[in-house]
Design a protein around this ligand. Structure first.
Ligand SMILES: [Zn+2]
Ligand SMILES: [Zn+2]
Length: 172
């Protein structure tokens, strides 16, 4: 949910720009088998009414994305910024699936802000660029401890174990 923007003035004055700031609350989202939380979400920009009674919103949305490192599974918080360029209409248009809807004079930014921020999320979250990840054998976090599993073994990368499984499977 977001604080609704009151667009009654804009609808009476088509073409006039109205600056705004709004906070948006979004639920957690399942993305790439992790739950990503967008927190402290805020949007800042301006809106105007078009001559045909639609509302154009242009804004910068910012949030903190909280998820888990894809290698070591520790929690990661990454700032995200996105440009929102959304068109709202009271009347759905089957030819324009990108239109957002609104009723009366209250415009809810939630969907447009979420859609813009999701596109800017990283493909995968990392706690640091050189995260060492988890030991494929014992599961230890290799950023914090040096386990002895790999000494003398041939599991120097997490894929070699997987490769063995695949090879064994092919032999059967
Ligand atoms: Zn990590
Ligand atoms: Zn280990």
């Amino acid at each position: 949910m977001a604080e609704a923007l009151n667009v009654s003035q804009a609808l009476r004055n088509p073409g006039q720009l109205f600056p705004f700031e709004a906070r948006v609350t979004l639920p957690g989202m399942e993305i790439f088998s992790d739950t990503v939380f967008l927190e402290d979400v805020r949007a800042e920009g301006e809106f105007l009414a078009t001559d045909d009674g639609r509302i154009s919103v242009k804004a910068t949305a910012r949030a903190d994305a909280r998820a888990h490192c894809s290698r070591c599974l520790e929690e990661v918080v990454t700032p995200v910024e996105a440009q929102v360029d959304a068109l709202y209409s009271r009347v759905p248009d089957p030819d324009d699936p990108d239109l957002y809807g609104f009723e009366g004079y209250a415009l809810d930014l939630t969907d447009a802000v979420r859609d813009a921020l999701v596109l800017e999320l990283p493909m995968r979250f990392l706690c640091k660029p050189d995260c060492k990840g988890l030991c494929p054998t014992c599961g230890a976090n290799l950023n914090r401890v040096a386990c002895t599993c790999q000494e003398g073994g041939n599991t120097t990368n997490p894929f070699s174990a997987l490769k063995n499984i695949v090879l064994n499977h092919e032999e059967v």
